[in-house]
Structures are given as C-alpha cells and as structure tokens.
Design a protein around this ligand. Structure first.
Ligand code: DQA
Length: 143
C-alpha cells in the first residue's frame, strides 16, 4: 500500500499559525506520526507540502499508477479549486480529504468543499489525528 500525503498552502506554518485553531503540532510532527502509523500498517508514505496550486495538481496527476491512495489536505484550495477537483477525477487514485479543523464549525466559506464530491470520504476536526484516521482509512480503501 503506497500512500501519497499532500498538504496545501500555509500548512508549512503549522505550529505557529493560529495555534488556537490548528494546535501546536508542526507539519514535521504530523509527518513523523503518519510515518509511524504507516509502518505499523505496512504502508509506504510519500509526504509533501506546497503553497502552489499547480504543483499540487501536477503531483495528483503523477500519482496515477504509482500510489494506491492520496490523503489530501488541500487547505484553502479545498474551497476554491476546480483544478484540484479535475486532477483528482483525472488521476483516478482514491482520494481522502483531510482537515485538522472542523471546517463546518467555522466560517461559512469553509463549509463548501469543491473536492469532497470526488473524494472517497472526508475526515475533519480531529487535529493531527485526522491524518492518522486518514492512514487507517487509506489502508481499508476498496479500489
Ligand atoms: C484546513 C481548513 C481550511 O479551511 C484552511 O484554509 C486551512 C486548513 C484544515 O486542515 O483545517 O488552511 O484545511
């Protein structure tokens, strides 16, 4: 099982960025947690972050045939990006949408996800544990 974990804009700032919303855990901490859980499950992880929409699109396109599942925290692009949605459809790699925060308990503009309809499922609101739940779900995804 090969899992591609993609992180969108501003997630490189986790730990310093709005800690009251996102907690004090850094992206490096999350990567270490994800790798440890994946090792227990016998899964391989490729973990990346980009602030650029086009780079995320390219990584999703390239995942076709190389990864079994994508865990995607598209951050703000979740709510705006038709390009990411189209890339998920084109890649045909089962994709799970991840959020640290409960986007439905926040501003109204975060309630809409353009990518959720083309994802297998959505995990939101559990802080860094959302990623661990993502690894668990990825390992159970039916292709
Ligand atoms: C986020 C939620 C998004 O609305 C926001 O733009 C982010 C982080 C989360 O993980 O809770 O950057 O994806």
């Amino acid at each position: 099982m090969k899992i591609l974990v993609l992180n969108g804009p501003n997630l490189n700032l986790l730990g310093q960025r709005e800690p009251e919303v996102y907690g004090k855990t850094t992206l490096a901490d999350i990567e270490a947690m994800v790798r440890a859980r994946a090792t227990q499950k016998g899964a391989e992880i490729d973990f990346r972050q980009s602030n650029l929409e086009g780079e995320l699109v390219t990584w999703i396109q390239q995942a076709r045939g190389k990864f079994d599942v994508i865990l995607l925290n598209a951050a703000a692009y979740t709510h705006t990006s038709i390009a990411l949605r189209d890339a998920i459809v084109a890649a045909t790699v089962p994709t799970i949408e991840i959020h640290l925060s409960n986007v439905h308990a926040r501003e109204e503009f975060r309630h809409r996800s353009l990518i959720a309809p083309v994802c297998r499922g959505v995990i939101a609101g559990f802080g860094a544990d959302s990623y661990l739940l993502g690894v668990e779900s990825a390992c159970n995804v039916k292709v």
